[in-house]
Design a protein around this ligand. Structure first.
Ligand SMILES: *Cc1c(COP(=O)(O)O)cnc(C)c1O
Length: 229
């Protein structure tokens, strides 16, 4: 299958999952995760209809954005930073992306705000619901205090939560994690008295389950671009 064919298949499945959940088709943003993929692959996805691109290394995002801009016609894209961001790389991302998905502490939020060049950078709090030591994100227990601190940072806008369940072949294995993220979001909206509309959850193997559970952003790499080398 070509990238265009895979994009159309994913978009159709997203639309069907929205319909089954009684949600509007435009309530879910497909973030096409282009990490390790060359700029030609990104162009193919954009030509097929992709508007939002996700990368998880700051230098790779900066390099690809520059390369696309340098070779017209440059597609109009919104970049998403979906990986763990080191504080010393914040300047490569802050103020340049639509959304930073995986903020895991107030120090990083502060640095992003400082580097956002006078704009307000939308961010999400990453929550590690599987308590996997190797993964970034705060625990569900720590989330309320961290969210409160981050929400107070001028120059960053806490818009919601992100999670990545433990890897599993069965997409249904992700459902409890997605349900927990949504419940945590609902609770934090009450506690912080602010809307947290964004739920970034679901990848190639489990995005339909994520949409059933309320995902607003699904991060899809392999199902659009094919396997990564
Ligand atoms: C790579 C990656 C994805 C996409 O994974 P696929 O299984 O290829 O869809 C989503 N989210 C994050 C944080 C990633 O690093």
């Amino acid at each position: 299958m070509t990238i265009a064919e895979r994009w159309r298949a994913v978009a159709a499945r997203v639309a069907a999952a929205c319909e089954r959940a009684g949600r509007a088709a435009d309530s879910v943003t497909i973030v096409a995760v282009s990490k390790t993929q060359p700029v030609e692959a990104i162009r193919a996805a954009c030509a097929a209809g992709a508007t939002d691109l996700g990368e998880n290394y700051a230098q790779e995002l900066a390099a690809k954005a520059a390369e696309l801009a340098a070779s017209p016609p440059a597609p109009v894209v919104r970049w998403h930073f979906i990986g763990r961001l080191q504080r010393n790389k914040a300047r490569l991302v802050a103020g340049r992306v639509a959304l930073v998905h995986a903020v895991d502490g107030v120090e990083l939020a502060d640095e992003i705000a400082r580097r956002a060049g006078g704009t307000v950078q939308p961010i999400l709090l990453a929550v590690n619901l599987g308590d996997e030591a190797t993964k970034g994100g705060v625990t569900a227990e720590a989330a309320p205090a961290v969210a409160r601190a981050i929400a107070a940072v001028a120059g960053a806008s806490l818009d919601g939560l992100m999670t990545m369940p433990p890897p599993h072949d069965d997409p249904e294995a992700s459902r409890p994690y997605f349900d927990r993220l949504r419940a945590l979001r609902d609770r934090l909206e009450d506690e912080l008295a602010r809307p947290l509309p964004v739920l970034s959850m679901g990848m190639s193997h489990d995005y339909e389950v994520a949409i059933a559970c309320g995902a607003t952003h699904v991060r899809i790499g392999t199902a659009i671009f094919g396997s990564r080398s």
